[in-house]
Design a protein around this ligand. Structure first.
Ligand code: DP6
Length: 416
């Protein structure tokens, strides 16, 4: 196993991986075990400074079985999805040597050595904020580094895909396409990068977190139900999505916001209708808001989308549009009186400054948006939004070399 296997050494790697939000959605599987989709999808990776998973992984001859801790609690790794990822990674592992610590692990050793995985999300888990995407991508990416798996990111994406479909798109920054593939074994169902995060960096993304509780239905079961019960899903996959994928790739390439917004909103409504997902009141308020802004500004300034949860994701054309949007969001959705601004708007707070809001009083005294000024006073929805996250397109996974960022105690191999 190791040159000095008598020693209880612990070898660790820490990585950080972003979440992503689909603008053309993955909805429906053709293979539940391998997680193979019935259509291509496209997503925007979100800046990990605001939304990400950090995972530390460790290997030691002292470990007696694989273990994982998520957000401070030990969770079981016995599920088929975790097992598939671990098996794939072990089969691709290579020799690892750390001369300084006197560690040598051969390719064969990985079959019998155990790992510890400690993972932490900087946002609510399972509230429809793609935590499984960031989490599974980070697990695969960090273990691949620990085990010296030499596959490129696309090959790793095919492993992450087996943990959770949308996770495969979190292996890249910027704008990412998951190609559904044709092979039965899933070998060509991989993610590729369409453009990096710098390609279109004036987009601003504002997420309205309506509820940070766990979502009621998981994407997995929602998708299964629709594949089994809806004829529309097949029509979408075969007739609608292929055209939209081509148009969306063009829109991203040309930074054509009106086309990007039209396609994002159209695909969201399409999936919502097919699934009869919880179209929360927010969808309608949000759509109205978008239309009002559009009629005021002349061209689309904001696209909106949802994942399986009720949180709205609003993508603005640029900082100016984002500041106008945030003013309107805070006008319609003011916080409860006991909230404080620092926790009501999180992430990139510079947008708040652009919107001219420095304190809670600025929210309370926001004038009605000009597009409604002549109408009767509009209803407000105080407290309906828990908080807003301001973010932007961001980078792909990175290894964190700073030891202080590790979540694992290097002596014990247990969570810090
Ligand atoms: C609505 O990737 O969470 O966010 O593959 O069953 O784990 P599983 O589902 P998951 O589904 C994501 C669905 C979606 C759309 C998308 O991200 O493309």
């Amino acid at each position: 196993m190791a040159a000095e296997s008598g020693k209880n050494w612990v070898l660790t790697v820490t990585a950080q991986t972003p979440t992503n939000i689909a603008v053309i959605k993955y909805w429906g599987k053709r293979d539940e075990d391998l997680i193979l989709p019935i259509n291509d999808s496209i997503s925007v990776t979100l800046d990990p400074d605001h939304l990400c998973t950090t995972t530390s992984v460790a290997v030691s001859p002292a470990f007696i079985h694989d273990r994982m801790w998520l957000n401070g609690k030990e969770v079981s790794l016995s599920g088929g999805r975790y097992q598939n990822c671990l098996r794939e990674l072990r089969s691709r592992a290579s020799d690892v040597e750390d001369e300084q610590k006197g560690i040598k692990i051969t390719k064969k050793d990985w079959e019998k050595m155990h790992v510890h995985i400690v993972s932490y999300n900087n946002f609510p888990t399972a509230a429809g904020l793609a935590s499984s995407a960031a989490g599974l991508a980070c697990l695969v990416f960090s273990l691949a580094k620990l085990m010296n798996v030499r596959d490129d990111h696309s090959r790793l994406s095919a492993i992450a895909r087996q943990g959770s479909g949308s996770a495969c798109r979190s292996l890249y920054g910027g704008f990412v396409k998951w190609i559904m593939g044709k092979e039965e074994n899933g070998s060509d169902s991989i993610a590729v990068q369409l453009a990096d995060e710098k390609h279109w960096d004036d987009l601003v993304i504002i997420i309205a977190v309506v509820s940070s509780r766990q979502k009621e239905t998981s994407s997995t079961s929602g998708m299964k139900d629709t594949v089994e019960t809806s004829m529309l899903i097949e029509h979408r996959a075969k007739e609608v999505v292929p055209k939209r994928i081509i148009q969306m790739e063009e829109a991203i390439k040309n930074r054509d916001f009106p086309a990007f917004a039209r396609l994002t909103c159209a695909d969201t409504i399409c999936v919502l209708l097919i699934d009869l997902i919880k179209i929360k009141a927010f969808t309608f308020q949000d759509n109205q808001l978008r239309r009002k802004m559009e009629s005021f500004q002349g061209t689309p300034q904001v696209a909106y989308t949802f994942d399986a949860g009720p949180n709205a994701v609003l993508i603005s054309h640029n900082r100016k549009a984002a500041a106008l949007l945030l003013q309107r969001l805070l006008f319609y959705f003011p916080p409860n009186p006991d909230a404080d601004l620092n926790s009501y708007v999180i992430g990139d707070k510079t947008i708040l400054k652009d919107a001219g809001i420095q304190n809670m009083n600025d929210i309370e005294t926001l004038p009605p948006p000009p597009e409604i000024r002549d109408n009767n006073p509009t209803q407000k929805y105080r407290g309906d939004v828990s908080y807003f996250i301001c973010t932007r397109p961001g980078r792909g996974p990175v290894v964190l070399t700073d030891e202080s960022r590790s979540l694992i105690n290097p002596e014990t191999g247990l969570p810090k």
